[in-house]
Ligand binder design. Structure first.
Ligand SMILES: Cc1ncc(COP(=O)(O)O)c(C=O)c1O
Length: 428
């Protein structure tokens, strides 16, 4: 049992999250057309998976199939195409519920992305908060789990508190305990840092938060595609994530919630689909989840996402995690042994997901990323939408290499070769 994730990680799984042996990353690459590209004469080594993953042929085919054959609006028509489109859209909801261990498909609200899901909680559930209430987030959050709360604080006079990050790149849980009080109404935390890779002990955090009666909001943008996550045992009230970081299309995300908490979320967007009855001067709302999904959604994207979930089902999240943990261990080892990098985040690969951020004190991250790109290696350089964390680390930017199911040791070797080439190029 991995207590941090609230689930058991098995080498061999069963059911929705799948059976698999070890991952054959090179063979998997063959399913992702973009990974067959040459960049500046080199094989594309794609290490920007935390920003977005590539899409397998099965997902691309599903998008095309939807538009070619079943294109229609959802929930509104009785004709065959409308029924097919609605069935595909609702299948996505059911598959996501099963994927994250939510018992009822009504617990899944389909959004545009994780950011929209988090904003929906902050605005829709946060509408009940006011002066005197406190929201606790952390110093390691992505802006998507900071800015909506800042907006709430501005609008409703709520007080914000932040859990500090230790020098080891972990949340300071003793400080967290001291921040909690009867005033704490929300604890909003990432399950995995997009900069440090740190896997936070969400069940423990949720347990502490619940003792003071706070609602627990989990940003699963980085965790859901890479770690087995089980909503039923996570302890969260809300869980947000995006399809595009999980081999699915852009423009589709999810807010998974406990039904009783979702019932408390005020609609943030009004319009078609979310109503029961409308008069000129008043309206009543539809039931869950539709009252939180106004207007025409990304139907093709939702219709295609189950094809990405098929991949997880085939491989199993346990083996995916083992594969990516092995890669991060190898990357930490190789990057640290270079001797000239500051490598951020926990040293223990078991404490982190499949990404590594680092800085060369002599070369700007953008310059490193440019040299790497010349060699076909795609990494992310910048503040990674985590400016408060950058300040905590004393950096303005880092380079981040992040892995997916198709990454392997050759990719890490290409990264290391590129970093040494950057040193030679800049004469460091
Ligand atoms: C931890 C974390 N949260 C939230 C987001 C936002 O995801 P999206 O842009 O898909 O809404 C990201 C994206 O990088 C992320 O890494």
């Amino acid at each position: 049992m991995n207590a941090d994730l609230g689930v058991e990680i098995r080498g061999q799984g069963s059911g929705e999250r799948g059976d698999a042996g070890s991952l054959d990353a090179r063979a998997l690459r063959g399913r992702f057309p973009a990974l067959g590209r040459l960049i500046n004469g080199h094989r594309l080594v794609y290490l920007d998976n935390a920003a977005t993953t590539h899409k397998p042929l099965a997902v691309l085919d599903a998008i095309e199939r939807h538009y070619r054959l079943s294109n229609a609006n959802v929930h509104r028509g009785v004709h065959t195409l409308a029924e097919e489109a609605t069935a595909a859209y609702e299948t996505c909801r059911h598959r996501v519920a099963r994927f994250v261990g939510a018992a009822d498909a009504r617990q899944v609200v389909i959004t545009r992305n994780a950011t929209e899901a988090l904003n929906l909680v902050a605005r829709g559930w946060g509408a009940r908060l006011g002066p005197g209430d406190e929201v606790v987030t952390t110093e390691m959050e992505h802006h998507s789990n900071l800015v909506p709360w800042i907006m709430l604080a501005r609008e409703r006079g709520v007080t914000l508190r932040h859990v500090p990050v230790t020098d080891d790149g972990e949340l300071d849980l003793a400080a967290f305990a001291r921040l909690l009080s009867a005033r704490t109404r929300v604890v909003a935390v990432t399950a995995m840092s997009n900069v440090l890779g740190t896997i936070n002990p969400v069940p423990e955090i949720a347990e502490m938060a619940r003792r003071v009666g706070a609602v627990v909001v989990v940003d699963g943008a980085q965790s859901v595609p890479h770690l087995p996550v089980d909503f039923a045992t996570l302890g969260a009230d809300f869980l947000a994530f995006s399809a595009h970081k999980a081999y699915g299309p852009t423009g589709v995300g999810f807010l998974v919630g406990r039904l009783e908490r979702l019932e408390e979320v005020e609609p943030v967007w009004g319009g078609g689909e979310m109503i029961r009855e409308v008069h000129l001067d008043r309206a009543t709302w539809n039931g869950l989840p539709h009252r939180l999904e106004a207007g025409t959604p990304n139907i093709a994207g939702a219709a295609a996402f189950p094809s990405a979930l098929d991949l997880f089902e085939e491989l199993g999240l346990g083996p995916v995690r083992v594969h990516e943990q092995g890669l991060v261990a190898y990357a930490l080892d190789r990057l640290s042994s270079l001797g000239f990098l500051r490598v951020h985040g926990p040293l223990d690969p078991a404490r982190r997901g499949g990404l590594v951020s680092f800085t060369d004190p002599d070369i700007h991250p953008h310059d490193q990323a440019q040299v790497l790109d010349n060699l076909g290696v795609a990494v992310r350089a910048g503040h990674h939408c985590a400016q408060p964390l950058m300040r905590r680390l004393g950096e303005t930017a880092t380079v981040r290499a992040s892995f997916g199911v198709y990454s392997d040791h050759d990719d890490v070797d290409a990264l290391v070769d590129g970093l040494m080439a950057a040193r030679r190029y800049f004469g460091s």
